[in-house]
Write a protein that binds this ligand. Structure first.
Ligand SMILES: [Zn+2]
Length: 385
């Protein structure tokens, strides 16, 4: 006899708003990149507030949550934590790009060293001010080993690196060593956390990021595409998350655009349209899940019950762990063994029809449980291995 959790399948997702966390990059004493007359932190905030307003006016099924609405600096992990706490569907961090300075050889001079005349080079620090356009980042794993280094070295003048720039301020945060444990490559949890984030949300993050860049292209902004970087503000989030570089603040023409009300509105409109598209896709999926749930009978006697095995791991996750957050169905845990060690089997869903289970399985794999498969239970015991 099956007992069904009272917090049952249909978790009223249909009544729920689509929660978007808008994060204006930098703030307070972290000014971000500098233009000739403006600072990234202020431009990012202006665009963020415009986007929030626009969403509230045009998409009533969206709930907007800001990480900051004034000139303050919430720590990066606090921004991610907030998004997790409100169970956001989407996290969007808004920034401006800037070309880094690099060394250019402009000549030589002679100096005396140990009584000898020595020719030494003369360098000038320059940066290109002709770069234009947008790029949208999703969290990347590929440079994990360099992560701590990137944070520690802060901004190197010749580093052409969004990662270093956007993570740079972390070192000024109190207890950053503890708070960014997620970035310590020597800890196995780092890989679990980041790998989970990446597998569960990466494809959705990329889909959304791509949509943002498409919208920018449509209004004639040069798109530099979707890119992957180890960005601290994204790493802590348990939902699809992107960082949008809206333009180059050190390019005089772009700086003007980024500071103009028309430019800011255009950028906000592009991101809002991408949100609308992404949200529609999520609503469509949720209505499918609800249909599947309705067709499910609650008393299941001796008939086989199809369940989805999400994963087997030596690591214990609570059923309410954030890695399960987007399943929309409760998770239960069975004890098992893996490599002769105690392990846990994570299961979700109870379906009377294999078809229904398979439909859900597709989604479960899409959100990152790539090895999930269907198992059959009869009268409480597993029928197939
Ligand atoms: Zn930035």
């Amino acid at each position: 006899m099956w007992m069904f959790p009272s917090r049952s399948f249909a978790q009223a997702d249909t009544d729920r708003k689509f929660i978007v966390v808008l994060d204006a990059g930098h703030g307070g004493s972290d000014v971000g990149a500098r233009g000739s007359f403006s600072l990234e932190k202020n431009v990012a905030l202006a665009i963020t507030l415009k986007l929030g307003q626009l969403l509230q006016q045009t998409q009533p099924d969206v709930k907007v949550v800001y990480t900051r609405t004034t000139d303050t600096y919430p720590a990066l992990y606090e921004r991610a934590d907030l998004a997790n706490k409100v169970h956001a569907d989407l996290f969007i961090s808004i920034h401006c790009n800037s070309m880094p300075y690099h060394r250019v050889l402009v000549g030589h001079r002679y100096v005396r060293r140990n009584g000898k005349r020595v020719r030494v080079p003369i360098y000038k620090m320059v940066r290109s001010d002709s770069e234009t356009g947008t790029e949208t980042y999703v969290l990347g794993l590929h440079r994990m080993g360099q992560k701590t280094q990137a944070i520690e070295s802060e901004m190197e003048a010749d580093s052409n690196d969004v990662e270093a720039r956007e993570n740079a301020y972390i070192v000024h945060e109190k207890n950053y060593q503890q708070n960014y444990g997620g970035f310590d490559p020597s800890k196995p949890e780092t890989y679990i956390l980041l790998a989970l984030h990446s597998s569960a949300y990466l494809s959705q993050s990329i889909a959304f990021a791509d949509s943002v860049e498409q919208e920018f292209k449509r209004v004639g902004r040069p798109s530099r595409g979707v890119k992957q970087k180890g960005l601290a503000v994204l790493a802590g989030t348990a939902m699809p998350a992107v960082l949008v570089e809206t333009g180059f603040i050190n390019n005089p023409r772009e700086e003007k655009y980024l500071n103009s009300p028309e430019g800011q509105l255009e950028i906000a409109q592009c991101i809002a349209r991408a949100i609308e598209k992404y949200k529609q896709a999520v609503w469509k999926y949720r209505s499918l899940v609800n249909t599947v749930q309705e067709s499910f009978a609650t008393d299941a006697p001796a008939a086989p019950v199809y369940r989805i095995q999400l994963l087997v791991s030596n690591h214990y996750y609570r059923p309410d762990d954030r890695i399960f957050q987007h399943l929309g169905m409760p998770v239960d845990i069975e004890d098992t063994t893996l490599n002769q060690q105690k392990a846990y089997r994570y299961l979700t869903g109870r379906f009377l029809q294999r078809d229904s289970a398979e439909q859900k399985l597709d989604f479960v794999r899409q959100i990152g449980f790539k090895d999930a498969f269907i198992v059959v239970y009869q009268q409480g015991s597993r029928v197939n291995p």
